[in-house]
Design a protein around this ligand. Structure first.
Ligand code: SF4
Length: 90
């Protein structure tokens, strides 16, 4: 028998302003940074953007941009990559 231990969802997830129906906005078929603008505008109104960004950076680790997906905490994959690198080197 396989036992699965559930990880509790952080409380801040109940305060996000993004919704499942926004999936195409947050995970666009992006070819330019502008493709993320609509998602970033939604994140700008989000009361838990810091928590969201911190979680994304934690889970993404040292991943290069092509292995980071969508907008999290108001930043696109390349921006999160640069921020993660800057935090490591500071
Ligand atoms: S910061 Fe953006 S992606 Fe993160 S929870 Fe808020 S709206 Fe969603």
């Amino acid at each position: 028998m396989i036992r699965v231990k559930c990880v509790p969802r952080p409380a801040w997830l109940h305060r996000t302003v993004c919704r499942p129906e926004h999936a195409n906005i947050f995970f666009p078929d992006a070819t330019t940074p502008k493709d993320f603008d609509e998602a970033k505008q939604i994140c700008a109104e989000c009361p838990v953007a810091k928590e969201c960004l911190d979680e994304a950076l934690l889970w993404e680790g040292k991943a290069i941009p092509k292995f980071r997906f969508g907008v999290r905490g108001g930043l696109n994959p390349t921006e999160r990559y640069k921020l993660a690198k800057a935090r490591v080197s500071s």
